[in-house]
Design a protein around this ligand. Structure first.
Ligand code: PRX
Length: 659
C-alpha cells in the first residue's frame, strides 16, 4: 500500500468525478460550480439573499441581507424572522416527507429505533411544551449534556423551537468543565441523562451534573431534566430534578414555533483557543441554518433517497451542523449512533453501513486510521468482508487526512467509486468552507481542494497580503458569510482580537496554516496557534497546562503536541514538580496521578499521552519557555537547533526520558 501512496504523491494523481456522479449531482459539473462562484463574486448580497429566500421559511421576510455597519459584528438578514425548528420539521409535514424516516437510531448494543418526521415533530413539540410549562422563555440558556440519542436531537430542537439558546457539552467533559460552561453561559436549565452507554459499559452523566452544580456559580439553574437511558441509580434533588418523560407526559403534540430575529443566538458551543479558557462560539439562527442546509445539499449532494450517516457526537460542531440541523432541514433519513466504532468489534461501522444501506458516510481521519490498523490485522473485520455497495459519497472532517489514510478509505470503503470529501471547516465557520463537491471537483489525496461558492478563502501573510502559490501562510476568509461566528459569548474584545486582528485588513483569521498549489487547491498544514488537534478534537496547550499547574504537586508545566499515526497529535507534558525529581515506579505513579487529574479537570480527551519530569524547563535567558525545542524532544529526536540562547542546556537530556 505505501508504495502506491508514494506514487500518488510523486505522480500528483487526481481523481476526477465519474460522469454518473456529475450528471445526477445537485451542483453538476465544474461550470455549474464556477457559475455559482461568479454569481457570489458579482454581488454577494444578491447571492446570499437569493439563497436565503429560496431555501428558508421566513415568518417575516428580511429587507436587508448584510449589515456591516459595526464590522466585524456582522448581522445577516437583520430584520428577518424565522424559527429554526420549524425549518427542520414543520416544513416537511405537509409534504410526502412527513412519514419518511427522519432518524434511524442504533444503540450501543445494536437495538434499532426509527422515527418519522411527523413523530420527531411531535416529540420535539411535547418536550418544548413541557419546558415552556416550567416557565422557560426565549433567550434563556440551556446546557445539554446528553449521550447520542434521539432525545439529544429532540432537546436541541425543542430549545430552538422556543428560542432558548442551547449549549451542548460533550459527555466526555468533566464536572469541572461542565461547571465552567454553566457559569459562563448563565444557564437556567440543564438537560442530561442518568448514564450513557459506550462500548458495553455504562458511564454516569447525572453525577457529573450534580457535582458541577455543586461547585458554585450555578444559582441560576432552576431545573435539571433527566432522560432515563439506563435506569442506573442516581441522586435526586426534589424540586429541581425532573424526568424527561414526566416533563413530556400529557403535553400536546403541537407547539407553536416562536419566531425569532434572524440574529437571535441559536447556540453557544465552547471550543479551545490559545488561552487557558475555552471560548463560547455563538451562532445566529438565520445565517447558521442557511449555511448548514446549503452545505448539506451541496457537499453531501443530499437526495431524498439517501441514508445519511455522520458519526460525530452532538457535543461537537459537526454534530450540530450535520446531525441536528443540516440533514433535518434537508429532509434526509439519517443514522444516529450511540456507540463506538470498535464495539462489539472494529467492523461495527462497516456492518452498520451494510445493514442500513448507508449512501453518504461522514467520519473523522482518526477513526479511519484506527480502523485501518484493526482491519489490516484482522481480516474478519476488513471492510471488504462487508457489502458497502450502497455508499456513494464518503467524507472526512476534523483534522488533516494524510494521503495514506485517504487512499485506504477511497479504496477499501469507497470501492474506488465514491469521492472522498475532505471537508475543511471549524466550530467558528458553522459549516463547510473548503471542500470537494461530488459532481464537480477532481480530488487530490490530502487536499481539501476548493472553497465553496461565496467563500472568499485566501492564504495571506502577516499583513494580510496574498501569498503566491506554493508558499505557506495564514488561512483567511476575506468576506463575511452567513454561517460565521457572531460573537465569543460575553467577550466582544476576544472575538475581535482572535478572529479579526486589525493587521489582517479585517479578514477572518482561521488560526490554520495552509498553502495553495498552482491549481488553486488548498492544503491545510495545521494550527498556527497553541491549539492541538487530538483525534479531531481541539485542545489548547494552555488549557492543559493550567490544569496541570493547579495540581498541588506541580510547579510548572509546558505542553506540546507530538505527531501520532492514529490520533493525529498526542499531548506531551513536561512537568517540574515541587519536590525532587521522581524516579522509576514513583515517577510512573505520579504521572498516573497527573493524568487522572487532567481527566478530572477537563476530561479524559485531554489526558497527556506522555509525561516527562525535569528539574526545570528549557528557557531563554529572558525566561521564555522554548517550545520548539520541547516539540523536538517530544518526538524523541535529537536537538540539532542552536541552543546557545538556552539558559540550561543540560535539561534537554533529562526531559528526553519517558516515564
Ligand atoms: O485545524 C483545523 C482542523 O480542525 C480545526 C477546527 O476544529 P473544530 O472547531 O473543533 O472543528 C472540527 C470540525 C469542523 C481547524 O482549525 N480541521 C478541521 N477540518 C480539517 C482540519 N484540518 C485539516 N483538514 C480538514 N479537513
Amino acid at each position: 500500500m505505501s508504495s502506491a501512496i508514494e506514487s500518488v504523491l510523486v505522480e500528483k494523481r487526481v481523481f476526477p468525478p465519474s460522469k454518473a456522479l456529475v450528471e445526477q449531482a445537485n451542483i453538476s459539473g465544474m461550470d455549474a460550480y464556477l457559475a455559482l462562484c461568479a454569481e457570489a463574486e458579482k454581488s454577494p448580497d444578491e447571492f446570499w439573499g437569493r439563497l436565503a429566500r429560496e431555501n428558508l421559511v421566513w415568518n417575516k421576510p428580511f429587507s436587508q441581507v448584510l449589515d456591516s455597519s459595526n464590522a466585524p459584528f456582522y448581522k445577516w438578514f437583520p430584520d428577518g424572522e424565522l424559527n429554526v425548528s420549524a425549518n427542520c420539521l414543520d416544513k416537511h409535514l405537509n409534504t410526502p416527507r412527513a412519514d419518511k424516516t427522519a432518524i434511524i437510531f442504533e444503540s450501543d448494543d445494536g437495538k434499532v429505533a426509527k422515527v418519522s418526521y411527523r413523530e420527531l415533530h411531535a416529540r420535539v413539540c411535547r418536550f418544548a411544551n413541557g419546558i415552556k410549562s416550567l416557565g422557560y422563555k426565549a433567550g434563556e440558556r440551556a446546557i445539554i449534556y446528553l449521550p447520542m440519542s434521539i432525545e439529544a436531537v429532540v432537546a436541541m430542537q425543542a430549545c430552538a423551537r422556543l428560542g432558548i439558546i442551547h449549549s451542548v457539552v460533550f459527555g466526555g467533559f468533566s464536572a469541572k468543565s461542565l461547571n465552567e460552561r454553566i457559569v459562563d453561559v448563565g444557564a437556567s436549565l440543564v438537560i442530561t441523562a442518568d448514564e450513557q452507554m459506550r462500548g458495553g459499559r455504562s458511564i454516569p452523566l447525572k453525577p457529573a451534573v450534580d457535582e458541577g452544580l455543586g461547585m458554585g456559580g450555578c444559582e441560576a439553574v432552576r431545573n435539571v431534566i433527566v432522560y432515563r437511558r439506563t435506569g442506573g441509580a442516581i441522586d435526586w434533588t426534589e424540586g429541581r430534578d425532573l424526568w424527561m418523560h414526566d416533563v413530556c407526559a400529557d403535553q400536546p403534540d403541537t407547539c407553536e414555533p416562536a419566531p425569532v430575529n434572524a440574529e437571535h443566538p441559536l447556540f453557544i458551543l465552547y471550543t479551545s483557543g490559545s488561552t487557558g479558557k475555552p471560548k463560547g462560539v455563538q451562532h445566529a439562527s438565520g445565517g447558521f441554518l442557511l449555511w448548514a442546509l446549503l452545505t448539506t445539499q451541496w457537499t453531501f449532494d443530499a437526495k431524498d433517497s439517501d441514508v445519511y450517516w455522520c458519526t460525530a457526537d452532538v457535543g461537537w460542531v459537526t454534530g450540530h451542523t450535520y446531525i441536528t440541523y443540516g440533514p433535518l432541514a434537508a429532509g434526509l433519513t439519517q443514522i444516529v449512533f450511540e456507540g463506538v466504532p470498535t464495539y462489539p468489534d472494529a467492523g461495527r461501522f462497516w456492518d452498520m453501513i451494510q445493514r442500513h444501506k448507508v449512501t453518504v458516510f461522514y467520519t473523522a481521519p482518526t477513526a479511519i486510521r484506527s480502523l485501518t490498523k484493526a482491519a489490516e490485522s484482522n481480516a474478519d473485520i476488513h471492510p471488504r468482508r462487508y457489502d458497502l455497495s450502497s455508499l456513494r459519497i464518503i467524507g472526512s472532517v476534523g483534522e488533516p487526512i494524510n494521503p495514506e489514510a485517504w487512499m485506504w478509505y477511497y479504496t477499501n470503503v469507497g470501492g474506488e467509486r465514491c469521492p472522498v470529501l475532505d471537508t475543511w471547516w471549524q466550530t467558528e465557520t458553522g459549516a463547510h468552507m473548503i471542500t470537494p463537491l461530488p459532481g464537480v471537483t477532481p480530488l487530490k489525496p490530502g487536499s481539501c481542494t476548493l472553497p465553496l461558492p461565496g467563500i472568499a478563502a485566501a492564504i495571506v501573510d502577516e499583513a494580510g497580503n496574498d501569498v503566491p502559490p506554493g508558499t505557506g501562510g495564514f488561512l483567511a476568509v476575506k468576506r463575511p458569510w452567513p454561517g460565521m461566528i457572531r460573537a465569543v459569548w460575553g467577550d466582544p474584545e476576544r472575538f475581535k482580537s482572535s478572529y479579526f486582528p486589525p493587521e489582517l485588513k479585517g479578514y477572518y483569521l482561521a488560526g490554520d496554516g495552509a498553502q495553495r498549489d498552482t491549481d488553486g487547491y488548498f492544503w491545510i498544514m495545521g494550527r498556527v496557534d497553541d491549539v492541538l488537534n487530538v483525534s479531531g478534537h481541539r485542545l489548547g496547550t494552555m488549557e492543559v497546562e493550567s490544569a496541570l499547574v493547579s495540581h498541588p504537586m506541580v510547579a510548572e508545566a509546558a505542553v506540546v503536541g507530538r505527531p501520532d499515526s492514529t490520533t493525529g497529535e498526542a499531548v506531551v507534558a513536561f512537568v517540574v514538580l515541587n519536590r525532587d525529581l521522581p524516579q522509576g515506579d514513583e515517577a510512573a505513579a505520579i504521572a498516573k496521578q497527573l493524568r487522572d487529574w487532567v481527566a478530572q479537570e477537563i476530561g479524559p480527551i485531554a489526558k497527556p499521552r506522555d509525561i516527562r519530569f525535569g528539574e526545570n524547563l528549557p528557557k531563554t535567558r529572558s525566561g521564555k519557555i522554548m517550545r520548539r525545542l520541547l516539540r523536538v524532544v517530544a518526538k524523541g529526536e535529537e536537538v540539532t537547533q542552536d541552543v546557545s540562547t538556552l539558559e540550561n542546556p543540560a535539561i534537554l537530556n533529562q526531559l528526553s526520558q519517558s516515564v
